[in-house]
Design a protein around this ligand. Structure first.
Ligand code: C5P
Length: 401
């Protein structure tokens, strides 16, 4: 379980199900979590602070300050302390106040200032639960990322039977564990990235084109990994046969020029870019509108330079993260160092076609990370593992700021 050593703040509100909060606290402590409890005044009518404090092995918070010695109970520091804030039971009243930002007790001020994941386990009578207003409030809370542990069907304190019974403490404990597991991986929440991937296609005429062997696998794996860590990813993709990774916005382009325009239009507002595409350095200077006919002798196609997408982002990088690739066949490290400087990359992921299993097409890659601090080489591994290394580099880059 992900609960060992975690700080869990349990919020208890005034519901008959408050007795289950005592069992919840016991379950959490048993899993190795540190538990603190914040109660509303109404909750104290249903379960005593003494019971909760004994089970939590910590004092209970109800008032903004301790009436005996005037000690201030800071909602901000409670929220900062917590790795997860779980409000169980959550009454219709507290849910409504949370949805509308009302902050008239310590539990609610803590909710408004908490930066950790928040979970609610509603408990109320069936008609209160099925009331459209309660539904709207829960939807509003879900839309701002509050996790909801749905109540169960069964016998209710009112004597009626239906949906409204708070979920069992053991089940809530499991859900907290899952939530924390997921939250740990969401290290790039709120970060926006552009990833380029695949080969560009430079037309010669309506039938022929210049391209390269890139399949896009590396760039797609990176986009998927960044998105799975909570980043908002736009994948600017040359031609590939790959499906769009889950949670990623994909923009299809053909030529280097189109890729340049698509990237340039999105760089502002991004926190980082990973330039993984195999972009043609040259494109036919003139594209024939009709199929070029063959003639007796040889023929030449005049090529002109394409824009360097990565370098154009690097020139206006500021404190954003920019990662590039270097696929080399010779003078690998020297060339990678050159790119680091010329394009203003923070990291160059170097791979050499001299290494078996590296480069185009396959599912594996063998890379060296080249940064201003030095170089680190890794063994041959799955492209998904290389993607994880690159995402971990992004994690630590943003931690510096
Ligand atoms: O200079 P070279 O093409 O070897 O540099 C490779 C790096 O630069 C890769 O990250 C690639 O995606 C990027 N690049 C680019 N635009 C180009 C050429 C390369 O973004 N026109």
């Amino acid at each position: 379980m992900a609960l060992k050593g975690k700080n869990i703040l349990v919020g208890v509100t005034g519901s008959i199900a408050a007795y289950k909060a005592a069992i919840l606290v016991r379950c959490l402590v048993k899993e190795g979590a540190s538990v603190r409890v914040v109660m509303t005044a109404a909750a104290k009518e249903f379960i005593t602070p003494l019971t909760m404090a004994t089970l939590a092995k910590n004092p209970i918070y109800v008032e903004f300050f301790n009436p005996e010695n005037g000690d201030w109970h800071s909602h901000v520091s409670l929220g900062e302390w917590a790795d997860c804030f779980v409000i169980a039971p959550a009454t219709a009243n507290t849910l409504a106040k949370m949805a509308y930002g009302i902050a008239d007790n310590l539990l609610l001020t803590t909710y408004l200032s908490a930066r950790c994941p928040v979970m609610v386990a509603p408990a109320m009578d069936l008609d209160m639960y099925s009331h459209p207003t309660t539904g709207e409030n829960l939807a509003k809370l879900a839309s701002v990322g509050v996790a909801i542990v749905e109540p169960e069907e069964g016998e209710l304190a009112s004597g009626l039977s239906g949906k409204g019974r708070m979920a069992e403490p053991e089940y809530i404990t499991e859900q907290i564990s899952k939530l924390l597991d997921g939250a740990e991986k969401k290290t790039l929440n709120g970060r926006r990235f552009i990833v380029t991937a695949g080969a560009t296609i430079e037309p010669i005429d309506p039938v022929r084109y210049i391209t390269n062997h890139s399949t896009g696998k590396m760039g797609y794996a990176i986009a998927e990994e960044l998105a799975s860590r909570g980043a908002e990813v736009t994948l600017i993709s040359g031609r590939t046969a790959l499906p769009t990774p889950k949670g990623v916005e994909r923009v299809d382009v053909l030529s280097a020029e189109e890729m340049y325009e698509a990237v340039k239009a999105r760089w502002e507002g991004c926190d980082g870019g990973v330039m993984c595409a195999a972009v043609a350095d040259y494109t036919p200077a003139e594209v024939s509108p009709v199929k070029v006919k063959k003639s007796e002798g040889d023929m030449a196609i005049r090529l002109r330079r394409t824009p360097d997408i990565a370098a154009s982002l690097g020139a206006v990088k500021g404190d954003r993260l920019l990662i590039g690739f270097a696929l080399e066949t010779d003078h690998e490290e020297e060339n990678a160092q050159g790119k680091l400087e010329r394009k203003n990359f923070d990291l160059v992921v170097l791979n050499s076609l001299r290494d078996k299993g590296a480069g185009f097409g396959g599912d594996t890659n063998k890379v060296t990370f080249v940064t201003r601090d030095g170089m680190e080489s890794f063994p041959l591994e799955q492209k998904s593992d290389v993607a994880r290394r690159i995402a971990a580099f992004a994690d630590s880059f943003f931690k510096k700021f």
